[in-house]
Design a protein. Structure first.
Length: 188
């Protein structure tokens, strides 16, 4: 029988995420994560293998948390998706800041192992499939031009607005309605 977990993995990932957001990639070393989470360094190495694995897991968790809701909403309507994105950024500011400030390549010091590399490579596939579905609904095709135009509307524009308004501290729920109108106009 495996030993029970003494330290909640989500608390460890939260600690890594918070250190990354507060101080950048170099602030999230194993020692700092251990101090923040209360888990011994040895336990972190045992569970995650390395600092890069732990940081990658925190980033992947944030991506999946966002994309699960965004993709589901995008399949309903672009307005629902935009509202989801704004709500996520307001309700999950740690994850939002992590995703909006850092790509995975900025966070990792070494090339990930095969299993983690495969997860990192595949993490955006659900979003890419949803964008192709939306391109077909909006433009009648999922050719490269339609997919690019759809990506501008549902990825690039919301991303730019969220980054700007989160940094400025001006993001509110009212942003969602203005942003949804702009996204819809790009898809018309």
């Amino acid at each position: 029988m495996p030993r029970p977990l003494l330290h909640d993995p989500d608390e460890v990932l939260d600690a890594a995420r918070d250190l990354l957001v507060e101080g950048g990639p170099r602030a999230a070393g194993i020692r700092a994560i251990a101090e923040r989470s209360g888990a011994p360094s040895g336990s972190l190495y045992h569970r995650f293998g390395s600092r890069d694995e732990l940081v990658a897991r925190a980033w992947l968790r944030a991506v999946r948390r966002f994309q699960d809701g965004y993709v589901a909403a995008l399949d309903d309507s672009v307005e629902d998706a935009v509202r989801w994105a704004v709500t996520f950024a307001l309700d999950q500011p740690g994850d939002a800041h992590l995703l909006l400030r850092f790509g995975r390549h900025e966070l990792l010091d070494t090339e990930p192992g095969a299993g983690l590399a495969a997860e990192l490579s595949a993490v955006n596939e659900p979003l890419q499939r949803a964008i192709r579905r939306l391109a077909r609904r909006s433009f009648g095709t999922a050719n490269a031009d339609a997919v690019e135009r759809t990506t501008y509307a549902v990825v690039d524009l919301p991303l730019a607005v969220l980054i700007r308004q989160l940094r400025a501290g001006t993001l509110t729920r009212a942003t969602a309605d203005r942003l949804a109108r702009a996204v819809r106009a790009l898809l018309s």
